[in-house]
Design a protein around this ligand. Sequence first.
Ligand SMILES: [Zn+2]
Length: 254
Amino acid sequence: MSEVLLKEFRPGLWLSELSLADFDVRGAVIVGERSALVWDTLSRPADMAPVKALLGDASCMVAYSHADWDHVWGTAGLPDCVTIVAHDLCRVRFDTDVPAKLDAMRSQEPGQWEDVRLIPPAVTFATAMTVDLGGVVVELHHLPGHTEDCLIAFVPQWGIFLAGDTVETPFPVVGEAAAIPGWLNSLERWAGDERIETVIPCHGDIGGRDIIQANIDYLGSLTREAPPAVSDTLSPFYVTTHRLNLKALGRDAL
Ligand SMILES: [Zn+2]
């Protein structure tokens, strides 16, 4: 089982990075003067051990980027972070697909996921929410597309855009084709926001707004007449993802 690496990205911002069987996942911790915000708790309670050590007695809260398993299953590892914030639809998913996914993983890999406890968000919102941690303000914005409950976290004073799974490298995972137009609209708005200096997705490379643009280009290309060919150096996970993305649009891969 791989361990989370927690590293300081800039003063007040730490990134938690984990390698899973098929892909890597990244969370973050934003530390203000009064409290801290943990952006995703990754895949199991033990993943949060370095975050817990970093926070010590500090007041903290958790924000879920969305309810997919690799982002929200580690919350029991932060028993002192009692406030959990997420989108309204993330809360709904804790009654539907989140427990179903845990049941499925427990039967696929017996004994591997017994320590996971599902902890739904207690504070939810529909459009946006601002959190003042003391000396640093974090804006949470709904950005559906990958899933209907996706959020991004924007820290204007640092130019930091925590993209969750709304943006990914090499390309994102499409949930439902019907969500793509709205997804593209939101991404285009953010891609034009000059306050953003650094884009930090939960999966893949960190970069600038060019990463948002690359995701716009990919999503746009899925709907064009000739489906895009993608590099054959992709990992098996992304080869499959591309095929499933095309399938979500009722198309076949080349
Ligand atoms: Zn993910």
